[in-house]
Design a binder for this molecule. Structure first.
Ligand code: NAD
Length: 470
């Protein structure tokens, strides 16, 4: 009999007495109680993962890939139930590039982690000497994730790690534990015991993972501030790190760009997941020649896009996931208003929809020293900044300490590529923003972190390079 949402939730929930209530992001009603795991539970999970790792590695790539495909099938078979839970806990609607899309992406990335080949490389062959580079398992990977794309980002961390023969201990964000526990429940229908364990703990458990001497690699996605703490911890245990940190992605719309063909991709580059996306467009620099047209187009789209509770069909924008993030967005927009910026649309809570809804907001006539431009808003409010010289726009885009993504928009792809080559970011998109692909490496520069996920680069990142010379 196929599993239902209730069955998955039953399997992962704690009792009311022992657990922590997790609210529905839209209604604030309790969905279920998440288990409260401690550092002692973490230590036990690491010991178990260490014990399970040699047998998991010994299975070999073909068998591990087969298991990952079976997991992807299981994710697809349970897509609707998982999407409903994700929508309730995270807030993103079922429709649009949101909850169903995220669960589908989990299956896609699991399959790609299974299928990408990583052959030994012959790196030297001359004068009778040869050297090959192999990629071995590292041991135990600790995966620590955020609350914005909780299932998909967890899959990005755990599927390549498992494929390469590591065992994994995963800690979800304290805001979205149920989504990740449900995902792990599905994985564990096919994995041997001890290979993957979820520890539903708070920030102190995250810190304990980072400092743990039994963990060989940390896959971390979250804020730059937490990333810096993890780097400090790694001085002691020398764990390898992949750090996917915050972003304040700039977009540059070049002179005389035709606005209507790019409008939809521009909108979703900004408002994907109601702006709660690491590599969303967070500062938009628009040339004088098309400034008013871009502002008016984005504002009109923002007003038309249906926002509301995720389970109501047709909504494509949802609430902020938590009060803290809501307060950040409201503060940054209020500050912009007080500085004299023009709130073209939005700029206020949509309280009639629920406590954490904030209208899709477009702010014009704003400049670089405003907090809404300089800080990561991580929500549905875009500052649109006017420029007249492309060189100036590039230097303003590069002025941020962050360097996750960026985008260049224009009619002439070659001209856009030239501009892209001068931007300091791990990915620069042309006439799109934030699109990811399991075969294309993704990662940041500067304070957005280091290391790559996806593709062969992502598999190498969760393995130990070993040279064999003969
Ligand atoms: P956060 O840093 O507050 O928390 C992320 C995770 O770290 C949580 O699981 C948390 O419990 C854990 N944690 C907290 N303190 C810790 C410590 N001292 N040691 C180890 N772990 C600790 O981030 P968040 O608010 O959940 O996520 C939002 C941020 O994540 C934004 O800045 C966003 O840009 C970034 N993000 C980046 C990417 C990317 O791929 N670069 C993707 C998604 C989100």
């Amino acid at each position: 009999m196929p599993a239902t949402t209730t069955t998955i939730l039953d399997a992962i929930s704690a009792s009311e007495e022992a657990g922590r209530p997790i609210p529905d992001a839209a209604t604030r009603e309790t969905i279920a109680y998440a288990p409260v795991h401690t550092v002692a539970d973490l230590n036990q999970a690491v010991t178990t993962a260490q014990a399970a790792q040699p047998a998991w590695a010994a299975l070999g790539h073909p068998e591990r890939s087969r298991i990952l495909h079976a997991i992807a099938d299981e994710l697809e078979a349970n897509l609707e139930e998982l999407a409903v839970l994700l929508s309730r806990e995270q807030g993103k609607p079922l429709d649009g590039p949101n909850a169903r899309f995220e669960v589908g992406a989990c299956a896609l990335w699991t399959r790609s982690a299974a299928d990408i080949t990583l052959e030994p490389e012959l790196i030297f062959d001359a004068d009778g000497a040869r050297a090959e580079m192999h990629h071995r398992p590292l041991g135990v990977v600790g995966a620590i994730g955020p609350w914005n794309w909780p299932m998909m980002i967890t899959v990005w961390q755990i599927a390549p790690s498992l494929r390469m023969g590591n065992t994994v201990v995963v800690k979800p964000s304290e805001y979205t534990p149920l989504s990740v526990l449900a995902l792990v429940e599905i994985f564990n229908r096919h994995l041997p015991a001890g290979v993957l364990t979820a520890i539903s703990g708070g920030r102190e458990v995250g810190a304990a993972i980072a400092a743990h001497t039994g963990i060989d690699k940390i896959m971390f996605t979250g804020s730059t501030a937490t990333g810096r703490r993890i780097v400090e911890s790694s001085a002691h245990n020398l764990a390898r790190l992949t750090l996917e940190l915050g972003g304040n992605d700039a977009g540059i719309v070049l002179p005389d760009t035709d606005v209507s063909p790019i409008a939809e991709k521009l909108f979703w580059g900004i408002f994907l997941n109601t702006g709660q996306t690491c590599a969303a467009l967070k500062r938009l620099y628009v040339h004088d020649s098309v400034y008013e047209e871009v502002v008016a187009t984005l504002a009109a789209m923002a007003e038309e896009m249906p926002m509301g509770p995720g389970l109501e069909a047709g909504n494509v924008l949802g609430p902020l996931q938590n009060q803290k993030q809501f307060d950040i967005v409201a503060r940054l927009v209020d500050d912009a208003r007080e500085r004299g910026a023009r709130i073209v649309t939005g700029g206020e809570a949509a309280s009639e929809l629920g406590p954490l809804f904030y209208r899709a907001t477009v702010v014009a006539d704003i400049d670089d020293d405003a907090a809404l431009v300089d800080e990561e808003q991580f929500g549905p409010a875009i500052p649109v900044i006017r420029y007249s010289s492309v060189d100036d726009a590039i230097s303003r885009a590069n002025a941020s300490e962050q360097g996750l993504g960026a985008s260049v928009w224009g009619n002439d792809t070659e001209a856009a590529r030239q501009v892209a080559s001068r931007i300091q970011a791990g990915t620069v998109w042309i006439n799109q923003h934030g699109t990811v692909n399991p075969h294309i490496p993704f990662g940041g520069v500067k304070a957005s972190g280091y290391g790559h996920e996806f593709g062969a680069a992502g598999l190498k990142a969760v393995s130990a390079p070993q040279v064999i010379s003969y």
